[in-house]
Design a protein around this ligand. Structure first.
Ligand code: NDP
Length: 328
């Protein structure tokens, strides 16, 4: 059973030295658990955030199998709720085989390709759907800005906002990614934040101001967006990837609350797990948009469990377009 251990929590930037690949024991499932063969491991910006401490889940600890979501096949089950051959999503960790309590697993349909269960029909698609539609509440004709726009969540947010009739501006790193957002994904404009002068470029890309900001990154980009928000604008706080990889930055909100007052802004955080009761409606909408070609499914699949550490390091550095995962 190949397992990737987090051997040390990083104090600064995450590197390969923080992980170790071992040939570990085959897990023995206890009562109420299922033995799983992991098929695809999801790489998420949040994997890095978990190393800072407890959030909406407990912190990951050094010298244990690195935590992470995955799609897996049930090998054997000590519970009536699952049977061998079933496909499930859960925190399998970075390993070939895992024993996981059945109550922590979500049974998924067996579909082709299975990768869609991590991208459009998985956490990424649901986060984009609920974060944009329930928190951002975009109306036809409004301007929607999304950061980490070429990533798994951001690329779906932009496409949904387009089909709701909005002007969509993506913020991403690099001219190539920005070009791709407008030519392949139908974004109206894109801003390369690595090219400096984000405030000015954003002003040019969103001349009528910003009604909805889907924030995946926090930090300097949020600071550049805030003064450009329109009256009664909404900011859907999805994540803050600019703050994950390294020591936390010392800067705080300073003038931010004032801007929120004057513009009557709503800034709302959300966690996708809180929406699971409404999952079926979201999946049915996403399915119809995919089958009618209104949404392109973007996946970045890397082979081999030994490449999982580098896949996460690369995701934090912006290597990926769409949903990054490792085929085990
Ligand atoms: P992505 O696929 O979006 O990949 C991360 C992207 O972030 C990279 O491709 C990179 O692209 C960009 N990025 C990295 N560093 C920075 C930086 N300093 N400033 C700006 N952009 C940066 O990853 P995920 O889909 O896993 O995560 C996207 C966001 O969604 C994260 O904030 C995550 O925490 C959040 N999330 C929240 C959930 C919730 O329930 N609230 C659920 C799932 C995800 P580039 O080349 O453009 O820099």
């Amino acid at each position: 059973n190949h397992q990737v251990l987090l051997v040390e929590k990083p104090a600064g930037k995450l590197g390969p030295e923080h992980f170790k690949l071992i040939d570990g024991p085959m897990p023995a499932p206890k009562d109420g658990e299922a033995l799983l063969r992991v098929r695809y491991i999801s790489l998420d910006a949040a994997n890095r955030a978990w190393m800072h401490g407890a959030t909406y889940r407990s912190a990951v600890e050094a010298n244990s199998v690195m935590a992470g979501g995955g799609i897996a096949e049930v090998v054997s089950s000590h519970s009536d709720a699952l049977k061998p051959g079933d496909i499930v999503f859960g925190d399998t960790g970075w390993q070939n085989y895992a024993a996981v309590p059945v109550k922590h697993l979500t049974k998924m349909p067996r579909m082709e390709p299975l990768t869609h269960l991590l991208s459009i029909y998985g956490i990424a698609g649901l986060t984009a759907y609920f974060g944009l539609l329930d928190v951002g509440k975009p109306k036809q004709g409004e301007t929607v800005v999304v950061s980490a726009a070429a990533g798994s969540v951001g690329s779906i947010v932009g496409q949904i906002a387009k089909l709701k009739g909005c002007r969509v501006v993506g913020i991403a790193g690099g001219a190539d990614k920005c070009q791709w957002l407008t030519s392949e994904l139908g974004f109206d404009a894109a801003v390369d934040y690595k090219d400096g002068a984000v405030f000015k470029a954003l002003k040019a890309a969103a001349p009528d101001g910003i009604d909805v900001y889907f924030d995946n990154v926090g930090g300097d980009i949020l600071e550049a967006v805030l003064p450009q928000m329109n009256l009664n604008g909404r900011i859907a706080c999805c994540g803050a990837i600019s703050q994950y990889d390294g020591a936390p930055s010392a800067t705080g909100p300073r003038g931010v609350p004032g801007l929120i007052v004057v513009k009557r802004l709503t800034m709302q955080g959300f966690i996708v797990m809180d929406y699971m009761k409404q999952r079926d409606q979201a999946l049915s909408d996403l399915q119809s948009w995919v089958s009618s070609g209104k949404i392109k499914v973007l996946e970045d699949v890397i082979n081999g469990i030994e490449n999982t550490p580098q896949a996460l390091i690369g995701l934090l550095a912006g290597e990926n377009r769409g949903k990054r995962m490792v085929k085990v």
